[in-house]
Design a protein around this ligand. Sequence first.
Ligand code: RP5
Length: 154
Amino acid sequence: MSEATPLVGIVMGSTSDMDVMKQCAEQLEAFGVPHEMLVASAHRNPDRVHEWASTAAGRGVKVLIAAAGKSAHLGGVVAAFTPLPVITVPMKTSDLGGLDSLLSMVQMPTGVPVACVAINGAKNAAILATQILGTSMPEFRERIAAYKREMAEA
Ligand code: RP5
């Protein structure tokens, strides 16, 4: 977590998602992207999700990331309450291997889109969020360009 005004907001449905989602936070930190993190479930803490998602744009957040497992409606609920782009991360699950989470997220009905990365794709969510920031903030576009150069040289 950084002290500057967060540009990316991360929400996850349970503390059990934290082990995976800390990779998202670490990648944002590597890019120097200020971010915030919240644990709130769409079905256990809907009021908390509503408050967080509906106030994010006004707080200066530019992109939201929502991670959840099983019937993973968190991303869709977040998208319902914000004009900001929402990236979802389907969590791997014990019963269905994350296919449940993936389909819940990727099959959003027309009118309320969310982007969806791979199952447990926390790091890619951070990279995509930084790329979205980079469309209007050149310093983040340059960090992504440098990251791609490093990958090509490895
Ligand atoms: C979802 O249910 C969470 O996002 C988590 O991935 C899954 C299981 O949650 P816990 O039972 O571990 O709290 O809401």
